[in-house]
Design a protein around this ligand. Structure first.
Ligand SMILES: [Cu+2]
Length: 120
């Protein structure tokens, strides 16, 4: 009888150890908000890359250069910045809102590209 109890206890201990060894990590490290910096070229009223993907809560910096003067307007966040040829213009913000947001040339209303913020 005592032997059965000891064996049962050992089996339970073994299962406990296995559970601890095999359980998944509580949170993946890449799920933390982070700093994201993108270099974006505007040519013929189109962004390259055309879409920028970040995570909600990320600290985002978009560094624009352009072949022509452009009034960059990020919808949703409602941020606007003049970009002159031969100059780098930065748009910095915390990506609090999730969703897809159009980036347009506010003067011509041409869609340059988009910002995609994945919910976190
Ligand atoms: Cu606009």
């Amino acid at each position: 009888m005592v032997r059965i109890l000891i064996v049962t206890a050992l089996v339970l201990l073994g299962l406990g150890a296995l559970f601890l060894a095999l359980r998944p990590e509580p949170t993946a490290t890449n799920d933390e908000p982070r700093e994201q910096v993108y270099d974006i070229e505007i040519e013929d009223d189109a962004m390259s890359p055309v879409e920028v993907g970040v995570g909600q809560g990320d600290q985002v910096t978009l560094r624009f250069t352009s072949d022509a003067p452009v009034e960059v307007h990020l919808h949703g966040y409602d941020l606007e910045e003049e970009v002159e040829p031969g100059e780098e213009t930065e748009l910095s913000f915390e990506a609090e809102l999730s969703g897809q947001f159009e980036i347009e040339n506010h003067e011509t209303e041409a869609a340059l590209g988009a910002l995609l913020v994945e919910p976190r």
